[in-house]
Design a binder for this molecule. Structure first.
Ligand code: ATP
Ligand code: MG
Length: 258
């Protein structure tokens, strides 16, 4: 039965998608069966996995609205080792259309329950908002990975995110604490004193919740999506790729799945 982890942070551009795509691929290289769910209308995880968001016949949108079976919508592009449940801008309509549906918070969970047996890990790339889509991810999750840049404003908004997770835990999905919160430092530049300082603060406040692996800023990670490849496949020898592989190993060890 798969462990479900969402990659969330309502701040935009903090490295959620890069983390989701590269962890999915790293875990697949470590022989885990992985499904990556793109839950962002921007469709960046879809493109970054080598699937054209413009050519989708069906996407996670139809799955959420009950118009298609998840098993018919997920894809396995030839260039990657994991399955992807793709998204495109159509998904932004789901937000509005789901409001009147029954069990609107649990639509994604119910779909994932149908395929959970087939995977070791399911990763969900969330949009940069604490929206109904993100709530669906939280309601399906055993834990949340929060990518963070170690900058002055990094902690801003974190309390809203933590409160939302707490609310979900108390009222909608107690399983979110099976794994709970994991903070991942990304786009790290160790030459910047402020980054070192914020990083220390995170460790002080969150202790074991901070993953030991730190993902450095590395241009190869930024170049990879334009080739429709995860960074770890685009340039496995790059510092960014090695860090994501390390992070995947750390994650598996902490989940006792190594
Ligand atoms: P959004 O909130 O819009 O969904 P996001 O949180 O998913 O954004 P990404 O798209 O993963 O963030 O990353 C934002 C930008 O930073 C992208 O251009 C990406 O290529 C770049 N980036 C991410 N991680 C790294 C890294 N380790 N080194 C260099 N660039 C990175
Ligand atoms: Mg993104």
């Amino acid at each position: 039965m798969a462990a479900v982890l969402c990659i969330a942070n309502q701040k935009g551009g903090v490295g959620k998608t890069t983390t989701a795509v590269n962890l999915a691929s790293s875990l697949a290289h470590l022989k885990k069966r992985v499904l990556l769910v793109d839950l962002d209308p921007q469709g960046n995880a879809t493109m970054g996995s080598g699937v054209s968001k413009l050519d989708l016949e069906r996407s996670v949108y139809e799955v959420l609205l009950g118009l298609a079976d998840i098993k018919d919508v997920r894809q396995r592009p030839t260039v990657i080792q994991f399955d992807i449940l793709p998204a495109n801008r159509e998904l932004s309509a789901a937000e509005v259309e789901m409001v009147n549906l029954e069990r609107r918070n649990k639509r994604l969970k119910e779909a994932l329950d149908e395929v959970k047996e087939e995977y070791d890990l399911i990763l969900i790339d969330c949009p940069p908002a604490l929206s109904l889509l993100t709530l669906n991810a939280f309601c399906a999750a055993d834990g949340v990975i929060i990518p963070m840049q170690c900058e002055y404003f990094a902690l801003e908004g974190l309390s809203d995110l933590l409160n939302t997770v707490r609310h979900v835990h108390s009222n909608m999905n107690a399983s979110i604490n099976n794994i709970g919160l994991l903070l991942l430092r990304v786009m790290f530049d160790k030459r910047v004193t402020l980054s070192l300082h914020v990083s220390e603060q995170l460790e002080k406040h969150f202790g074991k919740r901070v993953l030991k692996t730190v993902i450095p800023r590395n241009v190869r990670m930024a170049e990879a999506p334009s080739y429709g490849l995860p960074g770890v496949d685009f340039d496995p020898s790059s510092k960014g790729a090695k860090a994501y592989m390390e992070c995947a190993k750390e994650l598996l060890a902490s989940l006792k799945m190594a």
